[in-house]
Design a protein around this ligand. Sequence first.
Ligand code: E4P
Length: 215
Amino acid sequence: MQFFIDTADIGQIREAMAMGMCDGVTTNPSLVAKTGKPFKTVIAEILDVVPGPVSLEVTTDEFSEMMAQARQLADLGDNVVVKLPLTKPGLRACRTCFDEGIATNVTLCFSPSQALLAAKAGATYISPFVGRLDDVSRDGMGLIERICTIYEAYDFETQVLVASVRHPQHVVEAALQGAHVSTMPLAVLEKMFNHPLTDIGLAKFMADWTKVPKE
Ligand code: E4P
């Protein structure tokens, strides 16, 4: 399973890269807005340090404008993945990007039918938002299971990129379902390291080590 970091914050991306746990990055307009920096600056910073896939989102739902933005973004680097909304114009753009060899991440997916459409449109990645479904008392991980089942049944090449991840258990469940990628905030990645028995065990090893004669 690949781990992407879901942020536009270059400091957090650098931290995840230093951990050796950052296979790629996903951004969205809200995450870019949080940085307080111009979009071009944010993109340049990220592409400078991340060799893996970097999802950059279009900011329109009109087909021609979407394609103009998609081509501009794709020109910025071989690792750019154009993020498109799961709408009729978005999936039309997805098909056109596929024909032009532009990698895509279809975002804001909340149902198996939407995921099926994205695969048929040739999406490189589909991004189902598990946390936002859980937030409204729906079954986020159940959606991942259903998408994985459908994609496997038809050998779709679209990769399942589990998004809107809120905690380590989302990542574990996504892995159990065989999802290709989890994109997560740095805070979730950091929590994945934690186990109280690791802390207790390490403290004991360190304490016992002080009792070992050094000569
Ligand atoms: C992923 O590509 C999305 O931008 C992101 O995971 C959304 O997460 P949120 O629901 O925490 O905003």
